[in-house]
Design a protein around this ligand. Structure first.
Ligand code: PSU
Ligand code: MN
Length: 303
């Protein structure tokens, strides 16, 4: 069925029509996850990495009443350097489209749009999840509900400890979402290779991961697979060190009454400030590392 709101970049459309590997990329990380101009530089470099590893990148955002799949240089600049960019999760999509606002898509919204376009592999930094204190706030990211029914695999560096990692893993299990860690037994915690939680599953190569995706969807087991890719050794900030900063930022968020959709962007920004850019450096390194693995999985998946 043709979707009148979809605008697929010609290069992406050609790749999809020819069955070539395509990797979806999100835009909230650009507009609300990193400061300018690191955000745009990183977005471009991540696209280059996807290309150099054999796949076509498709960065996704909402611009001028269209669900854009694949952005040009001006559109990337707009997302990275405009003041009024909406953070668009699933519930925001119709509002931002019908009002022709500029929207940066979260994991949830990016997955849905990727799926509409026929893309099955998606690279991000980290997914949203169950927040600490969710038993009171009910703050559970729509990323998780979306992952429970949309057939797009998500490559991330695990879950950072601004969230409740244990509860997030429980939620993923309840939702029937396989969690596969690449190359190690322990589930990674974004900036850190360790989290204190064992990964439910482990696979050591992209081919095996692509096979698992094919089997899952062939069985009619709809939904995502979370592929957790540990940050490279030389780039990590150890868990214990990072957790001190995170605790401090969480306290600040509470005292400033930050809630809802503002929580994650606030925490990411404060952590980068408090660590004097160290967290940002790690964040950039892990996204690039995910782009390499994602492109390889997309190549194996399309074969
Ligand atoms: N986690 C990160 N970096 C990010 C995000 C999450 O480490 O940039 C972004 C992603 O776009 C994710 C969104 O989908 O935050 C989750 O927001 P929320 O918790 O409001 O659902
Ligand atoms: Mn939330």
């Amino acid at each position: 069925m043709k979707n009148n709101y979809l605008q697929i970049h010609p290069e992406v459309a050609t790749a999809l029509a020819e069955g070539k590997p395509v990797v979806a990329l999100e835009s909230t990380i650009i507009s609300h996850g990193m400061p300018y101009p690191d955000n745009i530089r990183t977005a471009r470099e991540v696209e280059d990495i996807v290309r150099n590893n054999g796949a076509i990148p498709a960065t996704i955002a909402i611009i001028n009443g269209k669900l854009c799949v694949g952005l040009d240089a001006n559109q990337l600049e707009l997302l990275g350097n405009s003041k009024d960019v909406w953070k668009v999760s699933l519930r925001d999509m119709p509002f931002v489209l019908s009002n022709r606002l500029i929207g940066a898509t979260t994991v949830a919204a990016t997955m849905r749009i990727a799926s509409l376009a026929g893309i099955h592999v998606f690279v991000t930094g980290g997914i949203g999840g169950v927040h600490r204190g969710a038993e009171v706030t009910m703050d559970i990211s729509a990323d998780l509900t979306e992952m429970s029914h949309t057939n797009v695999a998500v490559i991330s560096a695990g879950v950072k400890s601004i969230l409740d990692i244990g509860l997030t893993l429980e939620y993923l299990e309840t939702a029937g979402i396989p969690v596969v860690t690449y190359g190690q037994d322990e589930f990674p915690a974004f900036y850190s290779r360790k989290s204190g939680f064992m990964s439910p599953m482990r696979l050591n190569d992209s081919h095996a991961i692509a096979e698992m995706l094919k089997v899952k969807w062939a069985l009619g087991l709809n939904g995502s697979v979370m592929i957790a890719n540990p940050i490279p050794e030389g780039e990590e900030v150890p868990y214990e060190k990072m957790d001190v900063f995170i605790q401090q930022c969480l306290k600040e968020a509470t005292s400033l009454n930050i809630s809802g959709k503002n929580t994650t962007p606030f925490l990411l920004k404060r952590i980068a400030e408090i660590t004097g850019g160290e967290s940002l450096k790690s964040n950039i390194a892990l996204v690039k590392n995910n782009a390499v693995l994602g492109a390889k999985i997309a190549c194996d998946f399309s074969n």
